[in-house]
Write a protein of this length. Structure first.
Lengths: 281, 281
């Protein structure tokens, strides 16, 4: 997908949200903003928004010399972890645990403090679970899953990763070998190895990083090791809008589990904003 | 007031709204955006937001070689005019016509298609009339009015000007000489001489223009004629947030009638967003 002019106000809103995470002084914030505006002037609008936001978030981290989301990521992981036992019980008690865990993984994508300024996880998840899946390729997913031994699982946000753990545990219970993929280093509220460790995912499946600090998965910017794994993967689960933006043209058999959080992506998909998707490539 | 970093996403949102008024081609829009981003990079954050948005809206008009709001201004004037007879009856039938007309003039400030993407005038006005005035200096205004012969009335938006006409008619009925002030040329959805003519204000009081295309009233950028009138004015009614931003430090006895439409101004005032104000300088 291309970048729309409607994305541009949102880029700056994301910048405000990132800068406001840490307080900090106005002079530094203004300096960061001028650098972000310079990046936006050179934005390649023919590329997905994730390209420009990757540069923007690098600039923010460089400008304040920290990862603005470090603390809140830990907090949201902890909140989500506190919900984990009851969510696991819910999955296990359901007539179709794989379906319930998939649905929870999509619901968990509502946790995105890089876009939303405040979020009540429990309430948001409950609401997401009441919402119908707008695009639902679950039946096809189950079939594809039966034909494969391995799943490459591209993770998205902190907090959300606990919901992914539920789905990964179901995939493991079905005898699949799962490799979960985190970002190479800090970017926005995306998970890194540290988050996988915090929520106990490292003990459940192999976790690798993609060697990149890009929003979504911009393949040319990932490590050769990751690219090899990606190329060899028979079945990919891709979480989040950033991964959808950057991988929607892939020829790999990929299932995109996410919520369309912005007007631009929703319009492109012909859906209402905040639609829940289980979409096949 | 100063410009906050929170204003910056809003500047771009205003740019999208302006560009979307006319359709037009993507290439031109992108070019305009890059020019707007360049302006924002040089923004003087120590000045009110109206300074930067003045430059931005000039750039938009230059970039598309038209006034994007020309058509919608006429439409909103016409819609508001269709409500005029019933609003006038409401004023005349009320126990305190001056108060009712003042309140309607503040309610009319909700009409701002430069900020809101869609608006149902009748519904918005009805809602505004149900809302309590958060800062109410009407009693003081009535006293000041009794002590003066003349009022300088700084107008704001198209559509809203019909509500101003109601208040101006009450001021005239009270024997005051009113001079209504429009912008020198097109800017955003602000009124010019053409709008005053369209809604019949020209036949009711003297209408002058301020010689400027600035958002609000940036005195150094107005004409010498207007500045003289401003300096001599004993009592000023100032409509809208733009005029408040740019004139709130004035030593002139001024009553600011407006709604605080954004988070930044509302925060500065210590009020909830969308508060209605009848505020004394």
């Amino acid at each position: 997908m291309k970048t729309s002019i409607d994305c541009l106000p949102c880029f700056l809103k994301q910048t405000v949200i990132a800068l406001r995470q840490l307080g900090g002084d106005e002079k530094t914030h203004e300096k960061v903003f001028r650098d972000v505006l310079a990046i936006m002037q050179d934005a390649d609008m023919s590329k997905p928004p994730a390209y420009t936001t990757t540069f923007i978030h690098r600039t923010i981290r460089d400008g304040i010399d920290r990862d603005p989301f470090e603390k809140i990521k830990k907090e949201f992981n902890a909140i989500a972890l506190s919900l984990y036992p009851s969510l696991r019980d819910r999955v296990k008690a359901s007539p179709d645990p794989l379906w319930t865990a998939s649905r929870l993984a999509i619901a968990g994508n509502i946790i995105d403090f890089g876009i939303f300024t405040s979020i009540d996880i429990e309430k948001s998840i409950a609401q997401s679970l009441r919402t119908e899946i707008a695009v639902d390729a679950f039946a096809s997913f189950r079939e594809d899953l039966m034909a494969t031994e391995e799943v490459l699982y591209l993770l998205d946000n902190a907090g959300e990763i606990v919901f992914d753990r539920l789905l990964i545990e179901e995939l493991k219970a079905a005898g699949k070998r799962v490799t979960a993929v985190v970002k190479g280093s800090a970017v926005l509220n995306d998970v890194t190895l540290e988050d996988a460790f915090q929520v106990g995912l490292s003990g459940i499946c192999e976790v690798i990083d993609n060697g990149s600090d890009a929003i979504g998965t911009i393949l040319p910017w990932t490590s050769p090791d990751f690219r090899e794994r990606f190329e060899k993967a028979a079945l990919i689960i891709s979480k989040g809008q950033g991964n959808f933006e950057t991988l929607s043209g892939t020829e790999k058999r990929t299932y995109f589990l996410f919520q369309s959080k912005c007007d631009v992506v929703s319009r492109e998909l012909g859906l209402m904003p905040c639609s829940m998707l289980f979409r096949r490539s």
